[in-house]
Structure formats: C-alpha cells, structure tokens
Design a protein around this ligand. Structure first.
Ligand code: AP5
Length: 208
C-alpha cells in the first residue's frame, strides 16, 4: 500500500504511524524525523534545515523533495510506504505525483487526520519523546512510564510560539493539498479527536 498521512501539527500522525506499521508492514517515512536526524548529525542539509524547523517554518521544497524521492526509490519501498509529513505543499504533491507516474505506480490513499486547532497547542507543548526508542508520549494524555520519564525530551519546535507558526503554515501551505487529492478521489477523512486507540480503529475502518 502507498499511503500518505496528512493533518495539522500534533494531529497524531506519528502516533498513528507507529500503531499502523505492524498491520500494513510498510516503511514509515517521516520527513520531520529525517530532517531532525540530519540536524542532529550536523550534515549540510541538517544545518540548512535547522533554522526553518526551529522557527516553525517549512524547509524549502527543493531540499525536502529530493530527500523523499531518494528514499522511496529504496528497495524496501517497492511494495509500498507510509509517508508522514510529506507532501506539505502543492509543489511537493506535484513532484511526488510526477515521480510515481514515472515509476508506473499509484498512490492508494491519503489519510487526513482532522483535529480542531484549539486542541493543537496543548498536544504539541505536552509532547515528549524517548530518545532511546523514539516513542512519543504526552505529559497529560499519554504519560511516559516511570522508567522512561527521567530521559524524555521535548522537541525544540514544540514551544507555543513555534506551534502557532506551524499551524499557520499548515493552513496556508498544506491544507491546499487536500483538494488536489480530493480531485483524484484519494482522500479518506478520519476524526482524530478521540483517544489514540479509537483513532487507530477509525483509520483501520476507513482503510478497510
Ligand atoms: P514534523 O515532525 O512532520 O511535524 P508536524 O507535521 O508538525 O507533526 P508533528 O510531528 O508535530 O505531529 P504529529 O501529527 O506527528 O503528532 P504526534 O503523533 O507526535 O515536522 C517538523 C518540522 O520539519 C516542520 O515544521 C518543518 O519545518 C519540517 N518539515 C517536515 N516535513 C516537511 C516538508 N514535507 N516540507 C517542509 N518542511 C518539512 O502527537 C502529538 C502529541 O499529541 C503527542 O504528545 C501525542 O502523544 C499526543 N497525541 C497523539 N494522538 C493523540 C490523541 N488521539 N489524543 C490525545 N493526544 C494525542
């Protein structure tokens, strides 16, 4: 299956991807994770991306498109992939479309996780992750277990200010890709305003 997870920051894309990969057995490709890894490794691309990310801005299309096109050309993506956080602009959606057409394959579904703006800041500012396993927690909604709580970290862009900027970018740059995929009949909408396991059940029902 070739699928895209789309939704506002904090919609639960990463949380749901972690719950879905066992079922669908396809690689989870998160551009946010790839860019954070490049930043941590101090690569040229990571350095270039850092300032954009920390301020809640989008990394330029020319950086991100190449990264994803190279990744989906790898052998583990032959039977499918789950893209999380890409595409995020109309040029990214068009570049992906062109690349898949060139490869003679098609997207199966674009899963749109909908969460109202008023819930986003709490979700984002309370997020913590385990640097050892990558597991995502929330201080209130999904607290880390006692043996993990001491080592969880907060993302640099999970401040209220950066979150507001990310939400604005989402509405101006990313939301317009929804009609693009709607025209292609690929969108499945899922209400993400429920407990994580309930959202997973809704996603599986939408994909069935
Ligand atoms: P990225 O890492 O993709 O961030 P994002 O899209 O803003 O999404 P998040 O990771 O913040 O949220 P999520 O939907 O995965 O939610 P999560 O499951 O963690 O991108 C970061 C930056 O990289 C961008 O700002 C940009 O600079 C750059 N970038 C990345 N891709 C790019 C691209 N294609 N083009 C240009 N730039 C790009 O959940 C959030 C919190 O809520 C967690 O604490 C979780 O425990 C909690 N939670 C989850 N589900 C629920 C639920 N159902 N109920 C209650 N709490 C929940």
């Amino acid at each position: 299956m070739r699928m895209i997870l789309v939704g506002p920051p904090g919609a639960g894309k990463g949380t749901q991807a972690a719950k879905l990969i066992d079922t669908y057995k396809i690689p989870h490709i998160s551009t946010g994770d790839m860019l954070r890894a490049a930043k941590k490794a101090g690569t040229e691309m990571g350095k270039k991306a850092a300032a954009f990310m920390d301020a809640g801005n989008l990394v330029p299309d020319e950086v991100v498109i190449g990264l994803v096109i190279d990744r989906i050309a790898e052998s583990d993506c032959k039977e499918g992939f789950m893209l999380d956080g890409f595409p995020r602009t109309r040029p990214q959606a068009e570049a992906l479309d062109a690349e898949l057409t060139k490869a003679g394959v098609k997207l199966d579904v674009v899963l749109f996780i909908e969460v109202p703006d008023e819930l986003i800041v709490d979700r984002i500012t309370g997020r913590r992750s385990d640097p050892e396993t990558g597991a995502i927690y929330h201080l209130q909604f999904n607290p880390p277990p006692a043996d993990v709580a001491g080592r969880v970290v907060q993302r640099k862009d999970d401040t209220k200010e950066a979150c507001v900027a990310r939400l604005q970018k989402y509405h101006s740059e990313t939301a317009p890709i929804i009609p693009f995929y709607e025209e292609h009949g690929l969108i499945r909408r899922v209400d993400g305003n429920a407990a994580p396991d309930e959202v997973t059940a809704r996603i599986k029902a939408a994909l069935a």
